[in-house]
Design a protein around this ligand. Structure first.
Ligand SMILES: Nc1ncnc2c1ncn2[C@@H]1O[C@H](COP(=O)(O)OP(=O)(O)OP(=O)(O)O)[C@@H](O)[C@H]1O
Length: 315
């Protein structure tokens, strides 16, 4: 939980989801691995210029969905289309860039050699200098890949995903191992890709990252969609159920707190009381009126984390 003011202050997301054409998607995709149903009738639409975050607990089916869209695996049933084609079609593949969790590239080659090699795969690659700039590889371009830190390696893999100037970019856990400064630097670049009309499908375990970046979030669990919407809409699931939390020192009794309108919970830990209420403003006004000693006040909103835990624990 973070205070309301902090939340409003740090968020710098692209304001609205562009209402644009579907460029890729899954329709009713089932993927069965032996007895495991990794995707269970999943339908997903990717639109031009949007950043879509695919969230879900371990084993939810996120990587399987990406692998289907990349044409790396075939669905057991259902359809996968990318730019109106089968994702294995070369005309679709050259418009896709991917940064996958399991990416392995030779350690002894330099960053620049990797960039040149990846650029050679595509008909209209991005200029090398542009890749170096976007992925912030200045200063490490002549180093061997194997000598880089985890965060630097991630930046190189991000740059390589952009080598073909793709229209659709898959980023599977792109900022793992990056410090917060590098992570925020990458967010800026991802936003600017979307602003230029590129579509980004992102998976992340950092819910703050999905919250800060995504136009739209799709939460999946056990291969099915459990929620879909803007970050604010997803969070409102948690708000609707629980409201906001008021932490404070107060002389009021639990009974008096429970009697206030819209209160859904009262918890006490030492001298700190946490009151959860759907309408926190009304409760606060009444608390100020009733208790002149009210102090150490902190009001928090549900984070995406609260909504995520709620959505994925009940399904
Ligand atoms: N090649 C495979 N063979 C058998 N089962 C698989 C295979 N790949 C994935 N699975 C299973 O399919 C389910 C979905 O896995 P997937 O890797 O898509 O989940 P995920 O959401 O990406 O998880 P994580 O967040 O841990 O990366 C899991 O139960 C997993 O064990």
């Amino acid at each position: 939980m973070a205070t309301v003011t902090v939340l409003e202050g740090v968020q710098d997301r692209v304001a609205t989801a562009p209402a644009a054409a579907r460029i890729a998607g899954l329709d009713g995709v089932v993927k069965q691995y032996g007895g495991t149903r990794a995707l269970d009738g999943l339908s997903l639409t990717l639109r031009r210029g949007e950043i879509l975050a695919l969230l879900g607990p371990n084993g939810a089916g996120k990587s399987t969905a990406i692998r289907c869209l990349l044409g790396l695996i075939a669905p057991t049933s259902g359809s996968v289309r990318v730019f109106g084609q089968d994702p294995r079609d070369p005309a679709a593949r050259v418009r896709i860039g991917a940064m996958l969790q399991v990416a392995r590239i030779p350690e002894v080659m330099t960053v620049r050699e990797h960039i040149d090699l990846f650029r050679s795969y595509y008909p209209h690659p991005l200029p090398e200098a542009e890749i170096v700039r976007i992925a912030q590889l200045e200063g490490i371009a002549n180093k061997q890949f194997g000598t880089l830190s985890g965060g630097q390696k991630q930046r190189v893999l991000f740059g390589l995903a952009l080598a073909g100037d793709p229209d659709l970019i898959f980023l599977d856990e792109p900022t793992v191992g990056m410090d917060i400064e590098a992570r925020r630097g990458l967010w800026v670049q991802i936003r600017s890709l979307a602003a230029r009309g590129k579509t980004v499908l992102l998976t992340t375990h950092y819910l703050e990252e999905a919250d800060a970046l995504a136009h739209r979030i799709v939460v999946i669990n056990k291969g099915k969609i459990v929620s879909e919407g803007t970050p604010a809409e997803i969070k409102s699931h948690a708000t609707g159920a629980h409201g906001r939390r008021i932490r404070c020192h107060t002389a009021m009794s639990d009974e008096a707190l429970w009697e206030m309108p819209t209160v859904t919970d009262v918890a006490r830990q030492g001298s700190v009381v946490t009151v959860t209420a759907v309408d926190a403003e009304v409760v606060l006004r009444r608390m100020f009126a009733a208790d002149a000693t009210l102090s150490n006040l902190e009001v928090t909103s549900p984070l995406l984390e609260d909504a995520f835990l709620e959505l994925t624990s009940t399904n």
